[in-house]
Design a protein around this ligand. Structure first.
Ligand code: GLP
Length: 240
């Protein structure tokens, strides 16, 4: 597993965007598994710039969201589907027919998880998975304890995650559950890139890179992957 420490958030965002662009140049029909959160916003901004200025095309790529809150209508401003459209898909030439996100308002959420997992498999799995990391080491919404063999499923969010994510919700009413792509599905991605920025991530990053490989630190699983990289800024790398 590679670890790259960039000097600040801007450099991290540019390096991440370059890795995505490289994947698309070598394989324009790549399947991408993508994160939400504040960390990847700079990467999406850079990718939109590369599209506008350098003609980088996303038209043949296929996109999957890593996760979605359960019980939110898809057009809810805090839904991850809305986030991805606002911050990325609407700014590039992504083909709406190739954009996938779990439907958090599906009448049968269990069936929705199975459908989503089957869709990822039908597309051949992800060529590149980009991840953020939670302060407790979560990836997607795979909270500590998530089985390494897990697939797309419904999960209960950790209270600490709900507290952090309360910033995205009026009156802080964060859903208690979410749909997340599982650990095994993430691990099967041909390439994985984890982005971490800021001092609040330093402990989780150090645990993932230097602690035991354990389900109690989901991001530690990446160390078993043949082509995974951590992209960090100096603050996130401070515990190493
Ligand atoms: C959220 C998302 C994760 C994300 C993480 C970190 O809960 N489900 O996919 O990586 O938290 O978010 P941020 O980048 O805002 O710190």
């Amino acid at each position: 597993m590679r670890v790259r420490v960039l000097h600040d958030y801007e450099a991290l965002s540019l390096a991440a965007a370059e890795e995505v662009a490289e994947t698309l140049r070598s394989r324009p029909d790549a399947v991408l598994l993508l994160p939400t959160g504040t960390t990847p916003l700079g990467m999406y901004r850079r990718l939109a710039e590369m599209h506008r200025r350098a003609g980088l095309s996303f038209a043949r790529a296929t996109f999957f969201n890593l996760d979605e809150y359960l019980g939110l209508p898809p057009d809810h401003v805090a839904s991850y589907r809305a986030y991805m459209h606002r911050n990325f898909y609407s700014l590039v030439d992504a083909d709406p027919r190739r954009i996938h996100c779990p439907n958090g308002a599906a009448p049968d959420p269990e069936a929705e998880c199975e459908r989503y997992e089957a869709e990822i498999r039908r597309c051949g799995g992800a060529d590149l998975c980009v991840l953020g990391i939670g302060r407790n080491g979560h990836i997607g919404f795979n909270e500590p304890g998530a089985p390494f063999g897990s697939r797309t499923r419904i999960v209960r969010l950790a209270e600490s995650t709900r507290r952090v994510n309360a910033r995205d919700f009026e009156e802080g009413r964060v859903p208690e559950h979410a749909i997340t792509v599982g650990m095994a599905t993430i691990f099967e991605s041909r390439r994985i890139l984890l982005l971490a920025s800021g001092a609040s991530k330093a402990r989780a990053v150090a645990a993932a890179i230097e602690g035991d490989i354990s389900e109690s630190v989901p991001a530690s699983l990446l160390r078993r992957h043949p082509d995974a990289a951590f992209l960090l800024d100096g603050e996130a790398a401070a515990g190493l």
